[in-house]
Design a protein around this ligand. Structure first.
Ligand SMILES: [Zn+2]
Length: 152
């Protein structure tokens, strides 16, 4: 089953990292145990730093402030494999799955040199942001590869 996450709104950067890897990571303010139970019933993994919500899977209780270490913890605790990640699958800002668009549709909407050197473009149906391989800065992807040990 595809893993989906409710990420405590305190952990905004972690939610973005999960989206870069293509996961459904919904940023939510967590205010009650009942809410947590409902999300669990719906099949979500609930990620938080707050001890109030427990630490039994599918609640993942993190013990670090560093977003990259948080990502590592989530990957380890949830047993996420490289082949479960779909980089460029999701908008980092909206969490929406991206649509593959024709190259022509990207014309004029991305820098010329990007248009000239890329064939596949993806667009967020919500905010219309356009993504391509390389649109995440290399240093971010390098860090991700370093921390996950995956080749992305
Ligand atoms: Zn978007």
């Amino acid at each position: 089953m595809v893993k989906r996450f409710i990420v405590d709104s305190m952990l905004g950067k972690l939610a973005k990292w999960l989206r870069i890897l293509g996961f459904d990571a919904r940023s939510r303010h967590i205010s009650s145990q009942r809410q947590v139970s409902e999300w669990m019933t719906e099949g979500f993994i609930v990620v938080t730093r707050n001890r109030r919500w427990g630490s039994q899977h599918p609640v993942v209780q993190l013990d670090t402030n560093d977003p990259m270490q948080q990502l590592q913890q989530v990957i380890r605790i949830c047993g996420i494999r490289r082949d479960e990640a779909t980089p460029l699958g999701r908008c980092i800002l909206c969490n929406e799955p991206l649509d593959l668009i024709s190259r022509e549709e990207a014309l004029g909407k991305v820098p010329d040199f990007i248009y000239e050197t890329h064939v596949r473009f993806h667009r967020c149906p919500c905010c219309r942001k356009i993504y391509w391989y390389g649109s995440h800065p290399r240093r971010i992807m390098d860090r991700l590869e370093h921390e996950t040990g995956w080749s992305i």
